[in-house]
Design a binder for this molecule. Structure first.
Ligand SMILES: [Zn+2]
Length: 83
């Protein structure tokens, strides 16, 4: 787990805040990534929303099973492991 790091950024007139490049790089955030934003005990907590298969990391043909995303290929493999 990462230790706490931080910096100060000013909110602009439209309410936007830039995530500093060093933090984007550290967390592997890219343009177009979705961020989940929560308020927890008065603090804003953000994290990337992962839309990847739990088993292989694929991003296509995902379905949700028991709160986990699984791709169609892994579903087939799990359903018929000898194939
Ligand atoms: Zn998969």
């Amino acid at each position: 787990m990462l230790s706490a790091i931080g910096t100060a950024r000013r909110i602009d007139a439209l309410g936007r805040v830039v995530v500093p490049a060093e933090i984007r790089k550290l967390l592997g955030l890219s343009e177009g990534d979705l961020l989940d934003i929560h308020v927890v005990e008065g603090r804003i907590v953000m994290g990337r929303i992962e839309h990847r298969c739990t088993f292989c990391g694929a991003t296509d043909d995902l379905t949700r099973h028991r709160e986990r995303l699984v791709c169609a290929s892994c579903v087939r493999e799990i359903a018929n492991p000898t194939a």
